[in-house]
Design a binder for this molecule. Sequence first.
Ligand SMILES: Cc1ncc(COP(=O)(O)O)c(C=O)c1O
Length: 426
Amino acid sequence: MQKLTTQAEWAARAQEVLPAGGFGNFDHSVFIKEGKGSRVWDEDGNEYIDYLIGSGPMLLGHGNEEVLEAVYEQLPKGMTFFANNAAAIELAEEIISATPCGEQLRYVSSGGEADMYAIRAARAFTGRDLVVKFEGGYHGMSAEAQMSLAPTKLVNFPMAVPDSAGIPESVRDQMLIAPFNDFDYIRSLLVEYGDQVACIIAEPLQRIIPPAPGFLELLREEADKYGIVLVFDEVVTGFRFAYGGAQELYGVTPDLCTQGKVIGGGFPLAATVGRADIMAHFDKAKVGAEGWLMQLGTLSGNPVAAVAGLKTMEILKRDGQYDRLRQIGQRIIDMTATELNAHDIPHRIVGDQTLFEVVFTERDVSDYRDVLKADAQKGAAYNKVLREHGLFKSPGKTYPSLAITEADLDQTHAAIKAAAAHIAEG
Ligand SMILES: Cc1ncc(COP(=O)(O)O)c(C=O)c1O
């Protein structure tokens, strides 16, 4: 019988061909071989309940039969054309009708690109350069987005701290960094710089931190006051928080938003979406060569991704899907609170029912610096026990999927119970 390659062997091979031996920042020792429904299996044969769901896209779970069927139907017809295709137009129509700010959209292949173009479009539209970004906010890997994403050196606001080498200082000088959920700070920042600011870019729920009541409304008011483009990064929240995303759930409509993850049904597809007068900057015939924003991508509007996204959205639109997703999330939140409280372990469960995380802290979490003050060691120990008990998740987020079953919830509860007991032992 052929010997299987173990994860350790794969990891050694990965080290040879990939810097740091992996694709990004997720644990490089794990090699996922297969996913089906709510579960994934690694190359050593370990089975897990998947709360990572591909970092968000697999909201329906893995290998959804209807999505597979749509993809199988498309594959023999062609995988990519560069030219327009009907499936991507239908998907655009669906995204636009679902999204409160949606009038037109531009496709790209990743959420980070969608954010980069949203910022660029805001600059083209306003003729201004400055960008307001929140400390700890994640908007992909562009030079602007790499400012004060996860700084360990905490400087005075609004000074930006680059999280990556290779970014010219001039980019830093175009960024104004603010603390999330700080009403007074935003007001005073804009009194000083408001008429030079092209956009405010925000995750409506920043990583796991919900907006304080009224905070998104304040951003809307202040953006209007100074003619600033308000951008909501809905790469995570789009089609997850509600069919119309966080802007529907919270009732605040930005000028532009970015969509990714769920809309590609597990394939690479994302979009910059929003007001037609801003999106007009992608159209030379409308704005002329001076105002035009050149934007191309080989796989943009890819038909395989488009049919997968369309089918995913058709399923999400069916009665009760979001209620069910929220119920699953709430059950996990409740069992977590019960088990941690049973041992009097100080914590906060931060987020939304559709994505959340336990933070080991005695204080409420309302911005990035509050998360930094939490007990990261306890978090790591807790996550380690969850993994040992068959839960697969990122260290910073729990993503429930619609594929989670009662049996999964029972096993999840047992894992959480064990992790809480472990933390209590110290
Ligand atoms: C809020 C947010 N914006 C943008 C991105 C970047 O998306 P992508 O990884 O598709 O470039 C992510 C990725 O996790 C995200 O969470």
